[in-house]
Design a protein around this ligand. Sequence first.
Ligand code: NAD
Ligand code: TYD
Length: 355
Amino acid sequence: MTLLVTGGAGFIGSHFVLDWLACHHETVVNVDALSYAGNRMNLAALADDPRHVFVHGRIGDGALLERLLEEHKPRAVLNFAAESHVDRSIAGPAVFVDTNVAGTFTLLEAVRGYWQGLAEPEKTAFRYLQVSTDEVYGSLGPLEAAFTETTPFAPNSPYAASKAAGDHLARAWHHSYGLPVLTTHCSNNYGPFQFPEKLIPLMIERALEGAPLPVYGDGLQVRDWLYVGDHCAALRRVLAEGKPGDTYNIGGNAERTNLEVVNRLCAILDEARPRADGRSYSAQVAFVADRPGHDRRYAINATKLAAELGWVPDERFDSGLKRTVAWYLSHRAWVDAVKSGSYRDWVARQYEARA
Ligand code: NAD
Ligand code: TYD
């Protein structure tokens, strides 16, 4: 038995592949374009593992996908591949449409052709899982009820709009062609291997560099945070037991303002790696120009997943954050390699303009 995973050298995809191979004997074919966010160091533990087949390629390459599907005959395809950073999508949306919309279309078409050619019982058992985000639902007011699976899509950023478009295509491929599609909408992930453009690793790294900690606007925007290992466990559950055509929200029950997250990170670092001058890292907090169209609040109602598939998150936010800080402090070779690449240009462009 084989799984085909796309984007499995990125943050969440690499955790999924590592966790999967830790508890299953199936082969995982991992197709990744190795964009700035893809990193083979995340998969170093699998270097000698014959169950992991890495393929450097794009989800927009239909011929490659058709060949891989025919060759490996997977029982499921999980689509993690995406451009995933909101600020980059505002600075340059074209690649988001290219990968998240056109790439998803090409992948769905290749999967449809393969699936239609399967015999029973493989055809009925096959699954396509579209890994998506809560950002497709738009922004909530402070007292509004959390997003459910029936909340209408109202994406606000080019990233969210491109993910919503990909999700609509996946939905239609189920409705029109019967492809057994599962879709998940997850809240903000954090944990090891996250590219340090996203809030939590960015703040850890800038704190250690002695640089300003750039909080957008008033810092009172709210996100729900989920430890990446919990996300992967939820995906395994949905893959195993989800109902084709259904969507599932995945959340961490951990709504926090950005300022709370940054101050908590500073407090953890104050203990783990005190500043030389004895002051708190929170002295480095700097309020900077807000993100254009910044969504105020995301909150996930994940009761469907709990009630129907019995999944609830394991990690508490506080302990997950401590684990994450400890990982970044003890994996400097990974961090240094990542920071020597396109990270530098991005941070220079993004934060000099904002300061
Ligand atoms: P990431 O940016 O860390 O990784 C994306 C991976 O996709 C990289 O390895 C990259 O090389 C690869 N990729 C990019 N374009 C590709 C293409 N055209 N073909 C093949 N591979 C390509 O992203 P992530 O945080 O791991 O997110 C993974 C998925 O989860 C995305 O679909 C994202 O929308 C979704 N998601 C992320 C979060 C989060 O908080 N990070 C939350 C909910 C949902
Ligand atoms: P981010 O990690 O980019 O995830 P998303 O935009 O997908 O939720 O950002 C999380 C929150 O942190 C978001 O409200 C924007 C805010 N933020 C900052 O205040 N400063 C920063 O430098 C970054 C990267 C994000």
